[in-house]
Design a protein around this ligand. Structure first.
Ligand code: SF4
Ligand code: SF4
Length: 177
């Protein structure tokens, strides 16, 4: 094939690039920006803990926690998605839009707290999926304790210790467990 026939063939084929806004299809499993399902999140902060780029931040407030994501800082490694204990995160199947500064695409999501079943104080939510994983086979009267706030849990432990001491039994030591 001589050079002229190659040129002719290329001219007949037309341009290989797509005109904007057309896009080439993204490959399966593409790591795009991180997305959150706030209805699943338990505000544990694991995603923020493992993110070395500081692209995810979790801030606790009185009535909710704030999940903040900066796609402009994200390296799309997927670590946050893999450590989330309740599968509240996934990665979009397409890339983030263009931006002019790293904060331009920042997202803030609020995860509301649930009322503690004992005192009513707002407390980070415990989802069924987590209870099923972490407390499988636990008696229902004990299982309800997984929903109570930290302060009620501390009070419960103190009451249990006092009742043991009143009965004259020594408090349980680590070696008893
Ligand atoms: S994908 Fe990686 S860099 Fe992006 S938020 Fe998650 S852990 Fe951080
Ligand atoms: S998204 Fe997942 S890892 Fe991050 S705070 Fe919520 S539950 Fe925890």
């Amino acid at each position: 094939m001589n050079i002229f026939s190659v040129l002719l063939k290329n001219l007949r084929m037309g341009p290989a690039t797509l005109r904007f806004p057309e896009e080439v299809p993204y490959p399966k499993g593409f790591h795009g920006p991180v997305k959150i399902h706030t209805e699943k999140c338990i505000c544990c902060g694991m995603c923020a803990y493992v993110c070395v780029s500081g692209a995810v931040r979790v801030a606790e407030h009185k009535d909710n926690c704030e999940w903040v994501y900066s796609p402009g800082l994200c390296t799309f490694c997927g670590k946050c998605v893999s450590v989330c204990p309740v599968e509240a995160l996934h990665m979009a199947a397409k890339s983030a839009p263009s931006y002019f500064n790293t904060k331009a695409l920042d997202e803030v999501h609020l995860v509301p707290y649930s009322p503690c079943p004992e005192c009513g104080r707002p407390t980070p939510p415990v989802r069924e999926v987590l209870r099923a994983k972490a407390f499988k086979g636990v008696a229902p009267n004990v299982l309800v304790k997984s929903l109570i706030c930290q302060r009620c849990r501390q009070k419960d432990s103190q009451r249990a210790l006092v009742s043991i001491q009143v009965k004259g039994e020594p408090p349980p030591s680590r070696s008893d467990k």
